[in-house]
Write a protein that binds this ligand. Structure first.
Ligand code: NAP
Length: 528
């Protein structure tokens, strides 16, 4: 299986289009064939109109059929894992073992979303039966649930070529919720995107679904993405990437005559607070754990721990010295794109020039897109007075913030911007005393971690991968990972005084789908 450079518009291909681009191998420093032409406006319109035509059938598609489709995509990915990993390895510089794991994770996610679609609980069906005899006013019959929102646009991420890209969490959760999807391919891995897109389309055909279920569009610039976000038929957008990109798309969507939600997952510093008690209890394990979390994937994870907050003591200084030694000998590895490398170099140089900031370690780097740990330290008073120190540096760079006392640690926590995660390491005997700090961290993050590390996100029913702005554009009211992610692609609808046969099956008296529903205030899986 090889990419041929085509956008995939339903079952057809894009035309010759405009400016084209090629994938780039960041490890070998070479471009890779083939060329990917930008789709033209008529192709964008065709993809949207196909999605519009498919949307009504998709909204009514039974959960079991959505589940079958998602499972079919998972099988297709697994059947081509060697081809996918080979191409993604070239396009991203990521090692084969990581990519194999990511394909497995993507298939697992697809199956989890299949399960959610099949079970249907996420629809939150609620029924209040009528009381025509009630006085002074009769009570109407009200039945409500979530229903699919319509065509969705997904901007895949650069740092997960499978799990958050073409068949990744946004696409899979939108399908599970009943929405057709148009993906704007990330230019960092276009060949991988096309191959995965073709595997999705095989599943569309094999499951007998409408042609407009899925399209994949290539773009050498921003125009296609912006046109999609502004298209009146698009109902919602999923995005993973930079604060600048996410904010640009969110602002465009808000300025439409009819605004739509953009679920953008953007920057996050993921602070880690470590108490004196935790250091006394397990300093060596903390050195190993923090080092592993901060260097995995060359730091290119949205959950990378970018801020480490400590109260100054000889034990804390010793801890940082041991961590610094380990970071110094961490081998250089390839960043995903030339742009990320440029940003990493520029951002670390800028941080080094900030008042009160000292370089802790700068491990040797030589390869074109290579990066090794670059860590800094500063005092809390500088951190508190300089917003630039709160900004994420994407890649293997973190900032150690030294606090004079616990009150200063608390002040740092209060000053934090919204993050996907916040972590506290504390000794068993200290935990109750740290409750106020945990309360502040819970205000600032979507996932609060006790005595763990933020990377290695478990995809599950309970996980939350979202947080207050700027980590996500909607203030942390949603998650892009786990089965709660389906809610982003649905809206509420209430039917009043409907005849049973006109209701969707989810709300009918006989409960033909066997859903768990809230009926007159009581949970029930039976009929009415
Ligand atoms: P990006 O620049 O935000 O791009 C993400 C996607 O959005 C790409 O498809 C890009 O299109 C598109 N895009 C960006 N700005 C746009 C705009 N103004 N209008 C229309 N489309 C736009 O992210 P990236 O290229 O993946 O990485 C750059 C930086 O993003 C990284 O250095 C890192 O700081 C951050 N990042 C964060 C995460 C995270 O997990 N939150 C993940 C990856 C990256 P084109 O590329 O075609 O222009």
């Amino acid at each position: 299986m090889k990419p041929d450079g085509s956008s995939l518009i339903g079952f057809g291909s894009g035309g010759p289009g405009g400016a084209s681009f090629k994938a780039f191998d960041p490890a070998m420093d070479i471009f890779i064939e083939p060329s990917f032409p930008t789709v033209d406006a008529s192709d964008v319109e065709r993809a949207v109109q196909l999605a519009v035509a498919a949307a009504p059938a998709w909204a009514k598609l039974a959960g079991a059929q959505r589940g079958k489709f998602l499972r079919c995509i998972a099988e297709n990915l697994e059947s081509k894992i060697d081809d996918l990993v080979a191409r993604a390895g070239q396009e991203t510089g990521l090692p084969a073992a990581r990519l194999q794991g990511e394909v497995a994770r993507t298939a697992g996610q697809l199956r989890l979303y299949a399960e959610a679609a099949e079970r249907g609980d996420w629809l939150d069906a609620r029924i209040e039966t009528a009381q025509p005899e009630r006085t002074p006013l009769p009570k109407p019959d009200h039945r409500s649930m979530l229903r699919a929102i319509g065509p969705v646009v997904v901007f895949g991420s650069s740092n997960f070529p499978f799990a958050y890209s073409v068949a990744g969490g946004d696409t899979a959760s939108a399908f599970a919720a009943g929405c057709p999807v148009i993906v704007k391919a990330h230019p960092a891995h276009p060949g991988t995107s096309e191959m995965v897109g073709r595997l999705i389309l095989h599943a569309v055909r094999d499951c007998g679904l409408p042609e407009g279920t899925f399209s994949l569009l290539f773009d050498a610039g921003f125009e296609v993405g912006q046109t999609l976000v502004q298209h009146p038929a698009i109902r919602a957008v999923g995005f993973t990437g930079s604060l600048r990109g996410g904010r640009a798309l969110t602002d465009l969507a808000a300025a439409r005559p009819e605004p739509i939600p953009v679920y953008a997952e953007m920057g996050s510093v993921n602070p880690v607070f470590i108490t004196a008690g935790a250091l006394a209890e397990r300093a060596a394990a903390l050195v190993d754990g923090l080092h592993a979390s901060a260097t995995v994937g060359v730091g290119q994870f949205c959950t990378n721990p970018g801020l480490v907050v400590l109260e100054r003591s000889s034990a804390a200084e010793n801890f940082v010295a041991r961590l610094t030694e380990k970071l110094r000998t961490t081998p250089e590895a390839t960043l995903l794109t030339v742009g990320m490398h440029k940003a990493f170099v520029g951002n670390t140089e800028r941080r080094a020039r900030q008042p009160g900031v000292k370089m802790l370690v700068q491990a040797p780097m030589s390869a074109a897109c290579g990066a090794a740990p670059v860590w800094f330290e500063t005092e809390a008073k500088h951190f508190l007075g300089n917003h630039a120190l709160s900004e994420e540096i994407f890649g293997p760079s973190s900032l150690v913030v030294w606090c004079e006392n616990r009150a200063e640690m608390f002040a740092v926590a209060q000053r934090l911007e919204g993050s996907l995660t916040a972590t506290l390491h504390a000794a068993a005997g200290e935990r109750t005393a740290q409750r106020d700090l945990l309360d502040v961290l819970a205000e600032r993050a979507g996932r609060v971690i006790l005595n763990g590390f933020p990377t290695g996100l478990e995809v599950s029913h309970a996980i939350v991968h979202g947080g207050p702005y700027p980590s996500t554009s909607d203030g942390g009211r949603s998650t892009s990972v786990g089965t709660r992610a389906l809610h982003r692609w649905a809206r509420l609808i209430c039917y009043q005084n409907f005849a049973d046969e006109l209701l969707p099956p989810e709300l009918q008296n006989t409960n033909p789908l066997g859903l768990r529903r809230l009926v007159n205030g009581e949970w029930s899986s039976g009929r009415i």
